[in-house]
Design a protein around this ligand. Sequence first.
Ligand SMILES: NC(=O)c1ccc[n+]([C@@H]2O[C@H](COP(=O)([O-])OP(=O)(O)OC[C@H]3O[C@@H](n4cnc5c(N)ncnc54)[C@H](OP(=O)(O)O)[C@@H]3O)[C@@H](O)[C@H]2O)c1
Length: 369
Amino acid sequence: MRFMTNKKIVLDRISPSADESVVDCLSVVEEQRIPSPAEDELLLKVVLSAIHPCDLLCSAGIVSRFRDFGGHRNTEVLPGLEAVAHVQQVGAALQGSFVVGQRVTVKAWSPWGEWEIADGVWSEYLCVKSDKVITVPEAVSDLAASTFFSVSVTSYVMIKEVLQLKKGDWLLQGAGGSALGRWIIEFCRYQGINVISTVRRQEQVNQLKGACETDKVIHCASDGSNAAQVVEYIESLCGVRGLKGALDPISDGVFSSIALKLLSRYGTVLKYGALSDAPMFLERDALTAMSQEGLSIRGFSIQNWWIPDTSDDHKRVVYQKVWDYLQASNQECAVESVFPFDKFDHAIVKSLGSKTGKVFLTPREEELQ
Ligand SMILES: NC(=O)c1ccc[n+]([C@@H]2O[C@H](COP(=O)([O-])OP(=O)(O)OC[C@H]3O[C@@H](n4cnc5c(N)ncnc54)[C@H](OP(=O)(O)O)[C@@H]3O)[C@@H](O)[C@H]2O)c1
C-alpha cells in the first residue's frame, strides 16, 4: 500500500534522562507531502529500525549527537541511528549508481570519511546523500541489515580489529543477553573463539543457553555478591588468567573487576557501553592485577573514533567481511517485537524492560506483516 503522507517521530526537547522520560519528548508528526530528493540525493522508504540504548542516550543529550539541541526551541530533531530502507527515487546526479527498489542500510551518520553529527532515520520517507547508505546484499534479511552497524559491525570490529581475538582464544562478555551479546556468541562460535557470558538475571541463564546454543553462561549479580563464584566458574573453563579479552558494556565496576582478575598478561577490558548508571569502582585486587599484569581498560566507540580514524579503504574491507559473514551464517538479530511509529511510546517502554531481542519500529501498522 502506498501512502501520500510522511510519518515521522520527532524529538522536540532534550529528555532529562535516558529512560521512560524520553517518551514525553517525542511525538509523531504526519507531513502532508513526501519529500523530494535534490539531484545528489536518494529518496528512501524506511522499512525497519531497531531501538538502541544509544537512541535514548542521544535523546537525553548524554551522547553527543543532540547535545547542542537545547537552545534551539523551534528546531525538531529526528532521532533513530540506523534503519533498512528501499530506494524510491534517485536524484539526477546519482542515476546509474542506484536503482529504484534497491535495499540499503541508512545511518544517522556517514559510515565513510569523517563522522558528522546529523539527523536520524525515524521517518517513513527520507532524503539522504548517497554516503549515508550502503547497499544490502540480496541474501541478507531486513532484520540483519537494519542492525548492520549498531550490532554487527560494532561487534566485529571490537573482536577482530581491537581485541584481535583468534581461534581458541577465550573472551568474557557482560550483558550476554543483549542484542550485541547474542550476536557475539554466534559470531565467536563461527570463528572458533570461546565466549563466556554473564547476565544479571538468574532466569536469563537458561534462556540464553537455549537461544544461542551455548553452555557458557553465568549469572553475575549487579551488587557483586556472587563475584567469587563467577571467578571460580570462569577459571574452571579457561584456567587461571586464561582470558585473552573482555567486553564490558555495563561499566559498574563489578564486571570489570572480575575480568581484571582473570585476564592474561597485557589483556584488555574493552568498555563499550554504560548500561549501569552507578559509579565505576574497581576492587583493590583487580587494580593490583592491572599493574602487575600490564592490563588495560580501554574505551570503544564505533561512531566517535573508529569511523573517523579508519581509512575508507580499510572500512570497505571490514564492511564486506561483515556482509560475507552475514550471508554465510544467516545470522539474524533477535526480535522482541515490532511496533508502528504511532506506538513509539509502547516500543520505548518495551525496549527498556527485560527482553529477549531488539524492539523494532516500522512506519505503519498497515504494513506490518
Ligand atoms: N560503543 C559503541 O560503539 C556501541 C555501539 C553499539 C552499542 N553499544 C552499546 O552496547 C550495549 C548493548 O547494546 P544492545 O543494543 O545490544 O542492548 P539491548 O539489546 O537493548 O540489551 C540491553 C541488555 O543490557 C542488559 N542490562 C541493562 N542494564 C544492565 C546492567 N546495569 N547490568 C547488566 N546488564 C544490564 C539488559 O539485561 P535485562 O534483560 O536484564 O534487562 C539487556 O540484556 C549498550 O550499552 C550500547 O550503548 C555501544
